[in-house]
Design a protein around this ligand. Structure first.
Ligand SMILES: [Zn+2]
Length: 418
C-alpha cells in the first residue's frame, strides 16, 4: 500500500525488583524538568545560551546522571513549560507556575540497551544507565508485549529507540513504544456505528459476500448484521452521580460552617480536598476509557470502511437538541453530557488506523426518521424505541439510525475499496 502512515503504540511492562538507583534518577530528573518548565513559563522560551548554561549546571549538580537523561529532562521541561502557558491562556490552570509532581523518564537510545534489546528474540532483561553505570533490570513481559514484539520480529512494527520509565503506586514500569504498520488487507466490510445513551448500535455489511447485491445496489437484497454493544455510559453516570451526591451531603453535614473562604466567597463542597480525593478514587474516567476501548476493538476488528456521524463541536448539545422533547429533565441532560462521544470516535480511529481501515463521516441529518429499507417516513410506534414504517413493519430507532448512516456512504466507494 502506498503512503500508509504507521501508528504509535505504547506498552507498559512492570520492572521486577527495581534497582534503588532509579529513585535517585527520578528525583534529579523531576527537578530538572520542573526548573526548566518554570523558566519557560516565565520567559516563554529557552534561549540556546541559557540551555547550555543550565545543562552545565545540571551536570555539576548531578555528575552521576547520564548526560542523555539530562538532555531528555530539559526537553521535557521545555514541553511542560509550553503546555503550562497554553493551559493558562485557555483558563485551564490558575497556578502561578508549573509544578511537576511526577515524570515519565525518557531513556534515549544510548542510555539503555536499545540495540541489543531490539535485536533480541525475547525481551526479558534490559540495561539502564543509572548512577554507577549500566544496571540490568528484569521485566515481566505479558501478552500485549508479546503481541507487539512478534509484530516487530515479523517486520510489521518497529521498536522506537526511546524507552520510557515511570513509577505508579510504588511500582516501576518500562514503557516500550512501537511504530506499527497498518495491515495491508483490503476492507472486507462496511461498518457503521452510532453512539446512544447506554449502547452503541453497529451495522455490518460483508462486502465480499454481497458484492453482487452491492453492485446492483438494491438495499432490499443486502442483509446487514445489526446489533448493539452495551456501554452503559448513561447508567454509569447516574450511579456515579448518586455516589457523589451522597458524599457531598455528608460533607455539608460535617462542615456546616465552612461555607465561606477567606475572601468571603461561597466555598463549594466540591472544591474541598477531601471531595476531590474521593471523586478521584471513584475512577470514573478510567472505567469510561476502558469501555470506549472495548467498543473500538469490536467496531474495528477487521479491515473495513467504517462509517459514523460527523460530530459537531459539542456532540452532546446536538443530541439534546435533536431529541428536545425527550430530554427535558436535568438529570437526563447530565447523563447525555457524560457520554464520551469524542473519546469513542477517537478510540475507533486509532484502532482503524492500526488495521488499515478507513473512517468516513456522514451528516447526522434525518438518520433516525426514515425507514432504512423503504425510504419512507417513519411514524411513532407507541414507545420511544419502536417506530412504524407505512409499509407495515416496525423499526428499532437505533437500528434505523445506524443503517441510514451506512446507506449515506456511496456503495461505489465501498466497491473501489475492495
Ligand atoms: Zn419500511
Amino acid at each position: 500500500m502506498e503512503n500508509v502512515r504507521s501508528v504509535r503504540r505504547a506498552v507498559a511492562v512492570e520492572v521486577e525488583s527495581p534497582p534503588p538507583g532509579l529513585y535517585a534518577v527520578e528525583e534529579a530528573y523531576r527537578r530538572i524538568v520542573e526548573e526548566v518548565a518554570v523558566y519557560v513559563a516565565e520567559r516563554g522560551t529557552l534561549e540556546r545560551e541559557k540551555y547550555n548554561e543550565l545543562y552545565r549546571r545540571f551536570r555539576e549538580l548531578y555528575p552521576w546522571l547520564y548526560s542523555q537523561l539530562i538532555q531528555q529532562a530539559m526537553n521535557q521541561g521545555v514541553e511542560a513549560g509550553r503546555s503550562f502557558l497554553e493551559a493558562r491562556r485557555d483558563g485551564r490552570v490558575r497556578k502561578p507556575r508549573p509544578e511537576v509532581r511526577w515524570v515519565s523518564m525518557r531513556f534515549a537510545k544510548d542510555s539503555w540497551s536499545y540495540r541489543k534489546t531490539a535485536a533480541s528474540a525475547a525481551p526479558v532483561r534490559l540495561a539502564l544507565s543509572l548512577p554507577g553505570g549500566r544496571r540490568e533490570v528484569w521485566i515481566k513481559p505479558h501478552r500485549r508485549l508479546w503481541l507487539y514484539w512478534w509484530k516487530a520480529l515479523r517486520g510489521e512494527a518497529e521498536l522506537a529507540s526511546t524507552l520510557m520509565v515511570k513509577r505508579r503506586r510504588g511500582r516501576w514500569y518500562a514503557i516500550f513504544v512501537f511504530d506499527v504498520q497498518p495491515r495491508g488487507e483490503p476492507p472486507a466490510e462496511a461498518v457503521a456505528f452510532d453512539v446512544n445513551e447506554n449502547s452503541v448500535a453497529v451495522a455490518r455489511v460483508s462486502l465480499l459476500a454481497t458484492v453482487d447485491a452491492v453492485a446492483r445496489w438494491n438495499r432490499q437484497y443486502i442483509n446487514p448484521a445489526v446489533y448493539s454493544i452495551r456501554t452503559d455510559f448513561g447508567r454509569l453516570a447516574k450511579r456515579y452521580e448518586a455516589v457523589r451526591g451522597r458524599k457531598l451531603e455528608e460533607l455539608k453535614r460535617r462542615y456546616p460552617y465552612a461555607r465561606r473562604d477567606g475572601d468571603g466567597r461561597r466555598q463549594n463542597a466540591t472544591d474541598t480536598r477531601e471531595f476531590r480525593r474521593f471523586a478521584g478514587r471513584l475512577r470514573e474516567r478510567r472505567r469510561k476509557d476502558a469501555r470506549a476501548k472495548q467498543v473500538a476493538r469490536e467496531v474495528a476488528r477487521s479491515p473495513a470502511v467504517i462509517v459514523t456521524e460527523e460530530l459537531g463541536k459539542n456532540p452532546q448539545e446536538g443530541m439534546i437538541g435533536l431529541e428536545e422533547k425527550k430530554v427535558e429533565r436535568r438529570e437526563l441532560r447530565h447523563r447525555i453530557k457524560q457520554i464520551p462521544f469524542k473519546k469513542l470516535v477517537g478510540a475507533v480511529e486509532g484502532k482503524a488506523a492500526e488495521r488499515g481501515s478507513v473512517v468516513v463521516y456522514v451528516s447526522p441529518y434525518r438518520n433516525s426518521k426514515v425507514c432504512p429499507i423503504h425510504f419512507a417516513k417513519l411514524e411513532d410506534g407507541g414507545d420511544w424505541h419502536t417506530l412504524r414504517c407505512p409499509h407495515g413493519h416496525d423499526v428499532d430507532r437505533d437500528h434505523a439510525a445506524v443503517l441510514n448512516m451506512l446507506w449515506k456512504t456511496a456503495p461505489a466507494g465501498w466497491m473501489k475499496a475492495v
